[in-house]
Ligand binder design. Sequence first.
Ligand code: KG4
Ligand code: ZN
Length: 354
Amino acid sequence: MQVLGIETSCDETAVAIVRDRHPRIRANLVLSQLAEHQRFGGIVPEVAARAHLGHLDRLVGRALSAAGVGWDALDGIAATGGPGLIGGVMVGVMLAKSVALARELPFLAVNHLEGHALTARLTDDVPFPFLLLLVSGGHCQLLVVEGVGRYRRLGTTVDDAAGECFDKGAKLVGLGFPGGPAIEGAAAKGDPTRFPLPRPLRGRPGCDFSFSGLKTALREIVVARGGTSALSEQDVADLSASLQAAISDSLVERTTHAIERFHGQHPTGSHLVVAGGVAANRALRASLSSLAAGHDLVFVAPPPELCTDNGAMIAWAALERLKAGLVDGLDFAPRPRWPLDPTAPKATGAGVKA
Ligand code: KG4
Ligand code: ZN
């Protein structure tokens, strides 16, 4: 079985072709729009949608050539159906639907978060159920993944996502966008103990997250030192290292609570998985790896290029859904919000993202 997957929900135009036999990934092309957005210091939805429109059809053609296959070799075509920036999602969904109609192929609308969630099965065949820390630019959640399309949310952020905290923190210390890789790079030469930053919600029960207090504390330090432009290179390195340590500690502490619940609910569950863009962070991966080892869990983190947004995760999730008989109609409407666990209570707090 072989599926083409399209990802256009944020600022990466990505197309991949994935099959169930090894090697599974036959083509995986990602066009970053970084240059288009950099001068605005963040992602501009309208600019993103237009860039997807300008590049997507060519990228699909290139993916087919890279895999050395034609349309006839495909068993399905998938696109991210949400959540995300709706203009971009519409571009991907319309292209996938058109091909599905013209080539009489099954169409699959994939939840972007399910793409991240199932990547560890593409790379490492992780069995269900597993515990998942999903950390990206828009989401920060702990979930039990019980099966394809079956998620139980244990916790979510009550304000910012972890990736958002990296991005906003980078801006505060004068580093570029996206902030995660910039903070990680600067942190390599920094002292994580020089600036004491808070670990929000530490010691409180439950698996929810909060990052806005951390951002405020960082801003206060920067202001007290005379503002962003007054920071020395060493200040930036130390602030980056301190921020990275605080985010990582906070994620690890909340995950510890989730492990207890996971063990209680699923005594046979054996894996802790991290996914989403922030999962590319090496300090976080190392801390989670020791946490898992201390709790008799196998730790899996996909390779960094499969943590940040890509088409392979969408194609793989679609392939798993196709095998489970879960195909979508051409009347599917793109969804700006699309929680993985619709039964989970709404998180309370400012700026909550599904
Ligand atoms: O999953 P993703 O590519 O897009 C979304 O679905 O949001 O995640 C992007 C986020 C950004 O906030 C980016 O700063 C963060 O992931 N990120 C990182 C690293 N690489 C990307 N955060 C920390 N360390 C990294 N190395
Ligand atoms: Zn993502």
